[in-house]
Design a protein around this ligand. Structure first.
Ligand SMILES: [Zn+2]
Length: 266
């Protein structure tokens, strides 16, 4: 792939086109668009079509559902740390590991790198679909550790609709990589279930160690550092463990579980 300069130019052009379109559509912030351009160029350029399809599937569907939710309702934006617009660190948390894997695969080609890449993306997709589709309508949401009903959109909250969206999102990533998989019967369910499992770990981390703030004006619990025009105070969790860390750790957990299963069976 890399030895053909036309492909590299094509990769950079595609990455530029997609990141600037996403910036215009407000799916990415300015620094988020820069990160997406660099990461996209790297993955499209070194990985070719095979590595590009699952990444584009994640990015296009997630941006689509984020925009859909934004149009339908603005009420979640006061709870989430970050609104539908992805910033630099969010892009890195979602795709940085994929950038590392595509480089490792370039120098030490092995099928496992692509599989770990799809699993990581399956976790990211499951989490994003669960968040965006699970909060599209008013639904009963429960804290994953206490099973008490919580406000929609709060970290660690799960709903039936959200979990179903997570499962389908992970399956869609598995299916998007199907043309390049050697054993569909084993690998697609394995990617789907570890992707879904990773999103459950994501909710668990969100309910336990993720930093949460309280609004001093309205009293709401939020991921945001300011609310109702005033600074919020930390009420629980580790101060540095924000949503980007939750995404990264849950993605790595999914990758780890997949690798254990893969090593045991394959
Ligand atoms: Zn408030």
């Amino acid at each position: 792939m890399f030895s053909e300069p036309v492909n590299l130019i094509l990769a950079v052009t595609l990455a530029f086109f997609i990141s600037s379109l996403a910036y215009k559509k407000e799916s990415l912030s300015k620094d988020g668009a820069v990160a997406a351009f660099l990461l996209g160029s790297l993955i499209f350029g070194l990985g070719g079509i095979k590595w590009s399809v699952p990444l584009l599937t994640f990015f296009i569907t997630s941006s689509f559902f984020s925009n859909l939710r934004k149009k339908r309702t603005n009420r979640m934006d006061e709870v989430f740390e970050k609104t539908g617009k992805r910033d630099f660190w969010q892009v890195v948390a979602n795709g940085g590991f994929g950038g590392i894997l595509v480089m490792v695969n370039f120098f030490y080609p092995n099928e496992i790198w692509f599989l770990l890449y799809t699993v990581y993306l399956a976790v990211m997709t499951a989490d994003t679909w669960a968040t965006e589709l699970g909060t599209l309508k008013m639904r009963k949401t429960y804290n994953i550790t206490t099973f008490r009903q919580v406000e929609q959109g709060v970290s660690g909250g799960v709903s039936v609709a959200g979990m179903l969206a997570a499962l389908i999102g992970a399956a869609v990533i598995g299916l998007s990589s199907a043309p390049w998989l050697s054993n569909l019967i084993f690998l697609i369910p394995a990617i789907t279930f570890t992707g879904f499992g990773g999103s459950i770990i994501d909710s668990f981390l969100g309910a336990t160690v993720q930093v949460q703030y309280g609004c001093r004006v309205c009293g709401k619990v939020t991921e945001r550092k300011s609310h109702c025009g005033s600074k919020t105070v930390r009420v629980k969790g580790l101060s540095w463990f924000n949503n980007d860390w939750v995404n990264f750790v849950s993605g790595m957990a999914g990758v780890f579980i997949f690798y254990i299963i893969f090593s045991a069976i394959a």
